[in-house]
Ligand binder design. Structure first.
Ligand SMILES: CCC1=C(C)/C(=C/C2=NC(=C\c3[nH]c(/C=C4\NC(=O)[C@H](C)[C@H]4CC)c(C)c3CCC(=O)O)/C(CCC(=O)O)=C2C)NC1=O
Length: 169
């Protein structure tokens, strides 16, 4: 697991260098929006259950066929699995947001996920959509104005979306 700080230190440790101006600039960026990162995870933590419910409601309103016979969320077992997956995405993005680094997503969420989904016929497009809906809900809760502040939130969600959307080679 890595965060913005260990990420920088690892690089400098590899070459045995002190933290120079370039490293300091990177660290300053991280610390300058730290309060916003904390605010974001506090919001996620206090509203997680509602956020997940709302995300699912929007997804199923847009794509009601998922809930019908033949749909991947049909049966309470699969419906519950889908909501649990949405919960995973919310929780792990909150870790990545406070870390200021997407490394944790590779290790804990994305490794092998596409293959698992493909083998279980979990459709990727509505999964990707659910992740975008989660981001939209959180952006809407926080209402940051600056693009760089909005990026704090979008970074991990877009990272997961890109990884799940990658074309097979
Ligand atoms: C922490 C990292 C992590 C992730 C991300 C994860 C995902 C994950 N989702 C799964 C299943 C599933 N995932 C879904 C999800 C959906 N179906 C839909 O219609 C929607 C599009 C979507 C919800 C948005 C469903 C329905 C299943 C059950 C599929 C089945 O067993 O038929 C499975 C197969 C094993 C299981 O059912 O538990 C995994 C591993 N597991 C993990 O440990």
């Amino acid at each position: 697991m890595q965060d913005a700080i260990t990420n920088i230190m690892n690089k400098y440790d590899l070459t045995g260098k002190y933290l120079d101006q370039f490293a300091v600039n990177e660290l300053e960026i991280y610390f300058s929006n730290a309060i916003k990162r904390i605010k974001t995870i506090e919001t996620i933590n206090s509203k997680a259950a509602t956020i997940i419910k709302e995300a699912a409601a929007i997804l199923y309103e847009e794509q009601p066929e998922l809930l019908r016979p033949g749909g991947n969320s049909y049966t309470t077992r699969r419906y519950a699995a889908c909501l649990r997956d949405i919960e995973y995405y919310l929780r792990y993005t909150s870790y990545a947001i406070i870390a200021g680094n997407t490394n944790i997503l590779n290790e804990r969420v994305l490794d092998g996920l596409r293959d698992t989904y493909n083998s279980l016929n979990v459709p990727l497009a509505p999964t990707v959509r659910s992740i975008q809906i989660l981001e939209d809900i959180i952006q809407n809760e926080l209402k940051f104005i600056d693009t760089s502040d909005r990026f704090i939130i979008s970074e991990p969600f877009q990272y997961i979306i890109e990884s799940l959307s990658e074309q097979d080679i």
